[in-house]
Design a protein. Sequence first.
Length: 749
Amino acid sequence: MKISRQHLGFGQTVVALAVIAAFSPARAQEGPDIAQLTAPGSSVSIGIGLSSGDQKDRARADMFNGLRDHDVNGLFGFTYLNRDNESGRWMSFEGRNLGLDNRELGYSYRQLGEMKFTADYSELVRHDPRTINTSLQGAGTTTPTVSLLATPGTGQDLNLELKRKSLGLLFEKRFGDLQVEVNFKNEDKDGARLFGRGFACSASWVAVGACSTAGGSAVLMLPEPVNSTIRQLDAKVNYSGEKLRLSGGYYGSFYTNNNGNLTPTILGGLGNQNGGLLAADAKLGTTLGLPMALWPDNQSHQLFLAGNYTITPTTRVNFKYSYTHATQNDSFTGMGLTGAPAGRSDLDGVIDTTRAQVGFSSRPLDKVSLRGDLAYESKDNKTPLAPYNILYIGAGPATGSWTNGNQSPKKYDAKLEASYKLPANYLLTGGVNYEYHDYGTFTPTDVAGGTSGLRQKLEDTGYRVELKKMMSETLTGSISYLSSRRKGDSPWLKPNPNPLPATGVIEASPDCVSAGTNACIYNRTAIFPFIYMDRNEDKIRLMGNWTPMDRLSFQLFWDDGTDTYHGPTEHGLRKTKMGTVSLDATYTLSDAWKLNAYMSRGQQYLNSGHSTGYDADYKDTNTSFGAGVTGMPTSRLRLGADLVWENDKLAYTQTTDALASAANIALLASTGGLPDVTYRLLRLKLYGEYAVQKNAYVRLDFVHNRTFFNEWTYGNNGIPFLFSDNTTINAQQNQSVTFLGASYVYKFQ
């Protein structure tokens, strides 16, 4: 069964110190053991949960747990377990969080070694953590109506919810050496999530009638209406022989969206970027009111075969093969979309993917072990080409069009690794790897807008060295170094020029600086996708385990890596760095009490130059600490506590380069650039369980959650983000919520 093991929907943490006082007279008598009462078995639980604050206080802490909407919630659950150890029959039926909107039901029947059947049903509601105030009518439908709110903040608060209902079925049956497995899952999604649309006018758009006045722009909050279904079917047959093991079958995925497009109606004028009134612009409103396509229906079908074969007791080979046929042919008219290219009623998207892999592992000598792997992936894009895009220049009519792309990429991957046992309990491991990417011939009638260059072929070579040491029975450690170099195996290609007719990509000279040379690709602020750039990757990792005594253990992890990118430009992505260090400790005080703690610190760094003359260093630093204790003061009482503290700071350091414009320099000097984003969390969980009689116990849960989050993109220094219809989005920076739950659990078997 896949039903979760959380207790009544809350993490196992909230104290029952009051239980000790409430039931202390009974402790003098011979009583039941709480460990036995909380062991798996048939039971019914009923309780109540109280939450402090309002929905804004609970916005982040209670996004998924079903406690956001109400101050008081019922806590209901049950477990029915029927098993016969002699026959090997086992049946169970469980229900969790039945009084909340994240309820779960699960049924399981199995005959050990022969057959298994499970059925799971679950619901989950995601509440958007932000406060939305708007005059939008029909939010969450496919036809919302936008009107200018007279004053920001005077509209109605909108709570966006996304509800999921999932049903899963699993059947397994064994026939000697064969086992048949069939797994089916159906998930329905209904509701709305944050979405929007924006449009900026320019002289060209004014000329073709999209706007009345150049320079106007608008951004609208338009929630995406969600009403979709995902179905997955996995059927396979497994064979297990003395030397050969095989698994083959079919996997299918089917996505259906009942909403084809989002078409807003724009009434009257809109606000401008500074909160003032933007004159009513019928043409801009018409442009913003055009239909927006939502996710189209699609499906994929895969046939696969995998297995391994034992050649000798020390040598084994393994292999995998799969073929996937994916299609997307949702009707344009059925989705409510018009203006398709002549002769096209749908995309008729088809991609066939072939994956193959073969590997081996061997120990030819007592001190030597070898591992190797070869893999291949090919995507055959059979989607027809059609002119879906139209280009306008100045005030004239359409001057050209370009099509979708249908490249068919391939990837080759090879790895070889060897380990050797050295004296003094050292183990040395070395490995090499090679990857080759061929992105396929770029479509001659396509335009890679906004990019200065492309590459068709790349190769990546790397190696890994690791040294492990068992210093004693209580101390082990390892240190490893990984390095790889990616470089182009084909020249840079210059995308099609605008306007068309298209000429296809052409070879370009990265070192050319003559503006009049058609093949020149280099300029100081050129834009190159980082996936095509040359890259140097280096990483070092240290791990250790120390058990100085049976009751105490430590685990250390340290990881530091750097990626450096090189392209024919001074801008774009230059360097990324990631580093993590963590320490975990566990201490068993006695058979009844156990302590655990951890601390970690991680950093992510990115250095990038923007084509407008800004340079940016982004550094995200996360520091966290946690500690917990569980214990049983008596056989009838179990206590637990858990404390978590986390601080995450994302810093934006912005500078201007030597050739930045005076306007950009002045803007950065006056604003100071983007502010930091900080997230802090403090969470205390306590719980207690007390056996009140031989077949019943009570549980108390206490959770205190406190967060701080200054997400400037939706609220800078208390000023909410303002859309063009005066809709505002904000979030309460300081949120604090306390939950107290009490449950009575009765065991009837």
